[in-house]
Design a protein around this ligand. Structure first.
Ligand code: CA
Length: 228
């Protein structure tokens, strides 16, 4: 399977050079020239890895990385930071915001490809990366969800919502927080939309008697509880 790499770099010459090298190495390459463009591409088609330049014209690469880490939809997106600076302090800052690796310009295409492969190997989903609670099982590698062993058909938004809940159990989230963490900040989502997807999710869980796992907390929001 070909991995899809999103290259975020405002300097066209460097972006093209990287794109060329990665395509030659057998990757599928998408490109963006700024943070806004990167976000758009990420939500249109999620890349397997983000190659993110430190210096961008709108939002800095570090800030973008930090924001992506905060949102459930992209919290596990592998990120390699690119930078012209070689200082140790910057490296630490880059890794602190959650970048998986760090490549300093100038770099050779070979080195870059090797680093990308290393990160992809490291983050490849383990055989058993499933989340389990209250009879529900969510396999992150295959996006398969079962309830007491019975397969569950849910849409992509319900899947993301459920994955967020299952990885953050026993905590109340307001509709606003859910929009932020599950949908991300790119599109305007009304609070009612959250209720619609919660309803759909419960409806899918209902025949298996798992709908009680998603609890409404009056005046506060929703909570996932495997304690019944
Ligand atoms: Ca740049």
């Amino acid at each position: 399977m070909t991995s899809r790499i999103l290259v975020v770099e405002d300097e066209a010459a460097i972006r093209e050079m990287i794109g060329f090298a990665l395509t030659r190495a057998g990757f599928q390459v998408d490109e963006a020239a700024d943070a806004a463009g990167a976000r758009r591409r990420i939500f249109e088609q999620r890349p397997d890895l983000l190659l993110l330049d430190w210096m961008l014209p709108d939002v800095s690469g570090v800030d973008l990385a930090r924001r992506l880490r905060r949102e459930a939809a992209t919290s596990d997106l592998p990120i390699i930071m690119l930078t012209a600076r070689g200082e140790e302090e910057d490296k630490i800052r880059g890794l602190e915001v959650g970048a998986d690796d760090y490549v300093t310009k100038p770099f050779s295409p070979r080195e870059l490809v090797a680093r990308i492969r290393a990160v992809l190997r490291r983050v490849a989903p383990a055989e058993d990366d499933a989340l389990e609670a209250g009879g529900l099982r969510l396999e992150q590698a295959s996006h398969r969800v079962t309830c007491h062993g019975a397969p569950l058909e849910i849409g992509p938004t319900e899947y993301r919502l459920l994955r967020f809940f299952m990885s953050h159990p026993e905590r109340v989230y307001s509709r606003d927080q859910l929009i932020d963490r599950v949908w991300g900040g790119t599109t305007y989502i009304e609070e009612r939309t959250v209720d619609v997807h919660i309803r759909r999710l419960r409806k899918a869980l209902e025949p298996h008697r798992c709908d009680g796992l998603i609890q409404t907390v009056r005046g506060a929001g929703y909570r996932f509880s495997g304690k019944g």
